[in-house]
Design a binder for this molecule. Structure first.
Ligand code: ATP
Ligand code: MG
Length: 583
């Protein structure tokens, strides 16, 4: 056992984990058994909205809080499963009465309001497709996505409508209605009041027979590596949501669960809406943006037990020198999971030291619809590793051959493309209007993720980098993650992005962009110190040769470091699509 690994003792858990014997669970798992966890529609088929809300509202959980909403300014609202059923049925009737038919796309552009969550369920009930946009997008990225996604209806607020939609409205001739969530009267024949429509709609709605293969969600990717892609998901993806909620989030009926992601990103829908409700769990939605004190208070006051967040948030908490467990009562918290980009080992250990719980890293993509690889609550964590594949998921490292086929790499610790065997229910069904791009992701029975990784002899997967970010220097392949994680160990470093800068002598030179923790100032001396630090830990070939200090690194609005922008700016090249770039 490596001294840095974090071991778990099953007898120490107050709540018995759902997964204890990984090997057995993995071996015995079958998707057919998961099917038994669902009700199915009375009228036939499978619909996410029924499984997430209606079946609980029809049973013993009717009065249980489904949604606990925390408003930006301290308001607090709760909705039971029964209320969610009625409200979402009203919205399904609204859509039906407006003449929306199966498969038509409904876009949302709103902050995290309760109406947004009600609408998502209503949209699925009427067999429309939900396409959530991040409310901080400007007009151009909104237009681009609505055009590409064939938007028929947009749900938004008065302010966002005026500021972001009016300038682009003439370019959206197929958009039939705009529903304003916070307006009590219609503004025109096509710009309607959500509350007026809801007030007139019946709260009874029978979900029509839904094929598990019917389209449910259209999600645009984060745009970290280029133009965001429109990813198509179907109702059957809910199998993966159930399974990952059980094994990764370890959901139990009494949990209070908080996912910090916005539904504008796939984590915010798969795990901020669907998964907790599939499990009949109270789901916290915080309208506010990141704020360390607010977040710690929410964890404390709402007695959060399972918390799903992202490396960018963890790094921001790490930046502040505080002792959260002394200042707040976090005793209800029993599991922290993280996704979105690589989680540096430093962050895993920080959790253990400062929150009394290590952070568990997991890996997936918009395309996979749900978590694929994870560190599990009951299993040893190898900090820096993404963990092992979930039951029902076969992951492998493959190499592409010259003839277009791929071969799985059987030797441990050898880098290659991270791939998944097709056949699990939540794998995307299309890139909307981009068939060729979609087809290129598949070779034989593998889906190629576009990420590079390796697998150790015990089956733990280690992220190396995105294929686009890999650095070729003096004949070596260097993954930025390894270099970034090492620099993160230096006490002055808050955040790092590493790129390969073209160099005549060595192909590419490893360059690190560093933002410093509070209390540290950029200086040539510190640069030299960091270069020396890197060399000592990584060796001369891999260590950064250049360091540049930046107060803030360019990130997507979901918090991912955009290495492609660091690189474009370094080389003076066009920046490409910046629609998801944080302000
Ligand atoms: P785009 O495809 O538009 O460039 P994106 O890949 O960032 O954007 P998402 O689907 O939101 O869009 O993100 C998935 C990607 O995020 C993964 O392919 C991987 O590169 C990265 N990622 C997610 N979780 C992890 C993790 N735990 N460790 C390392 N990388 C991760
Ligand atoms: Mg991607």
């Amino acid at each position: 056992m490596n001294e840095k690994w974090i071991e778990k003792r099953v007898d120490e858990f107050l709540v018995k984990p759902n997964l204890i014997d990984y090997a057995r669970e993995y071996q015995e798992f079958s998707w057919d058994n998961i099917a038994n966890e669902f009700d199915g529609l009375p009228s036939g088929g499978l619909n996410i909205a029924h499984e997430a809300i209606d079946r609980h509202a029809n049973g013993i959980l009717a009065d249980k809080t489904a949604l606990l909403w925390l408003g930006q300014n301290g308001e607090r609202k709760t909705y039971s499963f029964s209320q969610m059923k009625k409200e979402s049925s009203k919205f399904a009737n609204v859509l039906k009465n407006l003449g929306l038919s199966k498969g038509e796309r409904i876009f949302t552009l709103s902050s995290r309001l309760p109406e947004l969550y009600i609408s998502v369920i209503g949209i699925l009930k009427n067999q429309n497709v939900i396409c959530p946009l991040f409310s901080q997008f400007g007009p151009e990225p909104i237009l681009q996505r609505m055009q590409r996604g064939d938007a028929k209806v947009l749900l938004t607020t008065k302010k966002l409508f005026k500021k972001k939609i009016t300038p682009i409205l003439s370019e959206l001739p197929d958009l039939r209605y705009i529903l304003l969530l916070d307006s009590d009267k219609d503004e025109s024949e096509t710009v309607l009041s959500f509350s007026r429509l809801m007030g007139e709609a019946s709260d009874r709605f029978e979900i029509p027979p839904t094929d598990p293969e019917d389209m449910s969600i259209l999600h645009f990717t984060s745009g970290t590596t280029g133009m965001p892609k429109g990813v198509v998901h179907v109702h059957k993806a809910v199998y993966t949501h159930y399974m990952s909620g059980k094994y990764v989030l370890d959901l139990h009926r009494d949990d209070i669960y908080w996912c910090t992601a916005d539904p504008g990103w796939v984590t915010g829908t798969s795990y901020g809406i669907i998964t907790p409700w599939i499990h009949g769990i109270t789901n916290i939605v915080d309208e506010g943006e990141f704020d360390a004190i607010r977040w710690y208070k929410t964890l404390q006051n709402e007695k959060v037990s399972v918390w799903y967040t992202a490396p960018t948030a963890i790094r921001r908490l790490m930046r502040i020198d505080s002792e959260p467990t002394k200042e707040y009562d976090l005793s209800h918290l029993r599991l922290i999971q993280s996704v979105g980009e690589p989680l540096n080992p430093e962050a895993v250990v920080w959790g253990k030291e400062k929150l009394n719980l290590p952070i568990h890293d997991n890996w997936w993509q918009t395309e996979t619809g749900g978590i694929m690889i994870s560190n599990f609550i009951s299993q040893t964590i190898r900090p820096g590793s993404m963990g092992r594949p979930l039951p029902g998921i076969e992951a492998g490292i493959v190499r592409q051959n010259d003839d277009g086929t791929v071969t799985e790499v059987s030797e441990p610790n050898k880098e290659g493309d991270l791939a998944l065997k097709i056949g699990f229910p939540s794998l995307f069904r299309a890139y909307l209007h981009a068939q060729e791009k979609y087809d290129r992701c598949f070779v034989g029975d593998w889906y190629l993720s576009g990420d590079l990784a390796y697998k150790d002899k015990d089956g733990y997967f280690w992220f190396v980098g995105r294929a686009d970010d890999i650095i070729k220097t003096s004949g070596h392949m260097v993954g930025p993650f390894e270099v970034e994680s090492t620099l993160m160990e230096h006490p002055a470093v808050a955040e790092v992005g590493v790129i390969g800068k073209p160099d005549e002598m060595i192909g590419q030179l490893v360059k690190a962009f560093v933002s410093l923790k509070v209390g540290y100032e950029p200086s040539d001396e510190l640069k030299r110190e960091l270069i020396g630090f890197g060399r000592k830990k990584l060796g001369v070939a891999v260590a950064p040769k250049e360091i540049e200090f930046q107060e803030n690194l360019p990130k997507t609005r979901s918090g991912k470091i955009m290495r492609r922008l660091l690189k474009a700016r370094e080389m003076g090249l066009p920046e490409g699509d910046t629609s998801t770039l944080e302000d």
